[in-house]
Ligand binder design. Structure first.
Ligand SMILES: NC(=O)C1=CN([C@@H]2O[C@H](COP(=O)(O)OP(=O)(O)OC[C@H]3O[C@@H](n4cnc5c(N)ncnc54)[C@H](O)[C@@H]3O)[C@@H](O)[C@H]2O)C=CC1
Ligand SMILES: O=C(O)C(=O)COP(=O)(O)O
Length: 539
């Protein structure tokens, strides 16, 4: 191992950037991390290098395969300085707890403008006319094109890019028809777009078909020979989405036999490529994956990807994480504040429950129940699971590891809360019945409070080391507990008492400065009136 890479995992985190990333992104990362820009690594070199890095930032040219992930012993985050993540094995990353985050809106305008540019270029023979003129040919009659005004643009996929393309096309007087089963009729009407229920309606009815779907198992090969046959003989195909969505052999056939009028392509099945048979056809305009290549888009993508990676390396969940629950929209910040409390409650619940069952019930009451609480479900699972598993848990791998252990999570939300503005209750079935803990955040600083445990209500700030004692409700018990702990050199920080009916049962929740060991618990339980004593470590 070289001197350069000899550091241990506690050194300054290292980020590998194997593709061209905008300078502001690199500068941002260099403030806190070591950044190695190593352009054009071969797949073999990437495999060799990846084990030394905590973060990786890529664009579309780097294939982050399961093998790369396998070798990425200390990798914590993959940042995609762009939109498409089809070059990352997200499943493999998730299993290993590696966060994947992209820069979703960074280059949508660039991609949409490139699409519109390609549409006009292919409709008016602009590239070939340019090339021939520069080559000494003034040939006006060979390049009579078609207008786009009054024609139908058919979109497959009406997400961020598709919507901007639609706006531009409507501005040029086109009719826009779109197939996207995940966009409602109302939304399409609002955009001035007609909704196609089937992709065939687009293939059959459009003069220009433009693709704006991600590359997924459902979209690969979507534009095959059959689809191309459905297109008008006068129609053009535009692909600024991804290679592989179009079957390139079938497209070659369709173009050569003039089944369609032409095509404009920015992306290809295999990239980089310079020798595709399609390149030899006259009715084709091609660019080498330039959809995102504008100064503005690259700055945005570079900065966003760098911010995402920096957040993850500092232990946070970046807002554009693809494989972790990220609260978004209204209440996102409010909900995030409960994450640590839920994890603490999960840890407490595990340590108080003997032979726990397989269903964790998470109940939200009051204000917190009004928002998206999926992050908190995972926080609670993370706390519960942490003492059971050897691997480090994070927001990425926790749900998968919980499932693998047969743990099921059931969530309930009640918008009213009787005593607290917000309350989180965790319940775990066990042989001895349901074990319940609850907590809240109070005050302007949203400080955590433990509200219920071991069958009693308390009000105590949770601490790293705590002791829960159940006892008979008779005089002198608090003093005896304090004296026993004192005799063993254990300092009490805080104590709260929970009572049942006076004279029946009571409990104490005690925070202590050091761990309470087994002999101390034995000493407590040897005292008349103490029925149960449990020590827990909460973080
Ligand atoms: N050539 C380039 O440089 C660039 C290419 N892209 C590509 O464009 C794609 C789209 O980007 P955005 O619009 O930002 O993504 P987006 O996620 O906002 O939109 C994708 C849309 O496709 C729809 N969709 C998904 N599966 C579908 C299916 N089977 N049939 C019909 N519709 C389906 C979704 O409902 C969504 O509305 C990216 O995934 C990326 O691959 C994006 C930026 C630059
Ligand atoms: O953002 C995307 O999906 C793109 O296709 C852009 O790719 P690039 O970052 O330019 O390699």
């Amino acid at each position: 191992m070289s001197e350069r890479f000899s550091g241990g995992p506690h050194d300054t985190p290292r980020v590998l950037v194997p593709e061209k990333l905008a300078a502001p992104g690199i500068e941002l990362l260099r403030k806190d991390f070591e950044v190695d820009v190593k352009l054009d690594l071969t797949p073999g070199e990437l495999l060799e290098a990846i084990g030394h890095y905590d973060g990786l930032i890529i664009r579309s040219a780097t294939q982050v395969t399961a093998e790369v992930i396998e070798r990425a012993g200390r990798l914590r985050v993959i940042g995609r300085a762009g939109i498409g993540v089809d070059n990352i094995d997200i499943e493999a990353a998730t299993k290993r707890g590696i966060l994947v985050a992209n820069a979703p809106e960074s280059n949508t305008v660039a991609a949409a403008e490139h699409t519109l540019g390609l549409m006009l270029a292919v409709a008016r023979y602009i590239p070939v006319a340019d090339a021939t003129l520069k080559n000494g040919e003034w040939n006006r009659s060979a390049y009579k094109g078609v207008e786009v005004q009054g024609k139908t643009l058919g979109l497959i996929g009406l997400g961020h890019v598709g919507a901007i393309v639609a706006r531009g096309a409507l501005g040029m007087g086109m009719r826009v028809l779109a197939f996207d089963p995940y966009v409602s009729e109302d939304r399409m009407v609002e955009m001035g777009v007609e909704r196609a229920e089937e992709p065939d309606v687009v293939f059959e009815g459009a003069d220009f078909v433009s693709l704006h779907v991600p590359r997924t198992p459902q979209t690969v090969g979507m534009v095959n020979a059959e689809a191309l046959k459905k297109m008008k003989r006068t129609a053009y195909l535009i692909n600024v989405a991804r290679g592989g969505i179009v079957d390139e052999d079938a497209l070659y056939e369709a173009l050569e036999s003039r089944e369609i009028a032409g095509a404009a392509l920015d992306v290809f099945e295999k990239e980089p490529t310079t020798d595709s048979p399609i390149f030899s056809l006259p009715n084709v305009v091609v660019t080498p994956h330039l959809g995102a290549s504008t100064a503005e888009a690259q700055d945005r993508a570079g900065i966003t990807a760098a911010e995402q990676v920096a957040t993850a390396l500092r232990g946070g969940v970046p807002v554009h994480a693809i494989n972790a629950p990220v609260p978004s929209g209204e209440g996102a910040e409010f909900v995030s504040q409960f994450s640590e409390l839920c994890e603490t409650l999960g840890r407490l619940l595990y340590q108080l429950t003997d032979r726990p069952g397989s269903v964790l019930k998470v109940e939200y009451y009051g204000e917190v129940a009004r928002f998206d609480t999926r992050l908190l479900d995972v926080s609670a699972q993370k706390g519960l699971l942490a003492p059971m598993v050897n691997e480090p848990l994070n927001f990425v791998n926790t749900p998968a590891l919980a499932r693998a252990r047969g743990l099921r999570v059931e969530t309930t939300k009640v918008a009213e809360s009787a005593d607290y503005t917000s309350l989180v209750v965790l319940r775990l079935a066990s042989e001895a019945g349901d074990m319940v803990v609850s907590g809240t955040l109070i005050g302007p600083k949203m400080q955590p409070r433990l509200i219920h445990a071991v069958g009693f209500d308390f009000d105590i700030p949770p601490e790293r080391y705590m002791l829960f004692i159940r006892n008979r409700d008779v005089p002198g018990m608090i003093g005896k507990a304090g004296q026993t702990l004192g005799e063993h050199g254990i300092n009490i920080g805080n104590m709260a008492v929970g009572r049942g009916e006076p004279g029946s049962r009571a409990a104490m929740a005690v925070t202590v400065d050091e761990p309470v060991t087994e002999p101390v618990l034995k000493a407590l339980l040897s005292i008349e009136g103490f029925t149960d004593a449990r020590a827990v470590k909460l973080y």
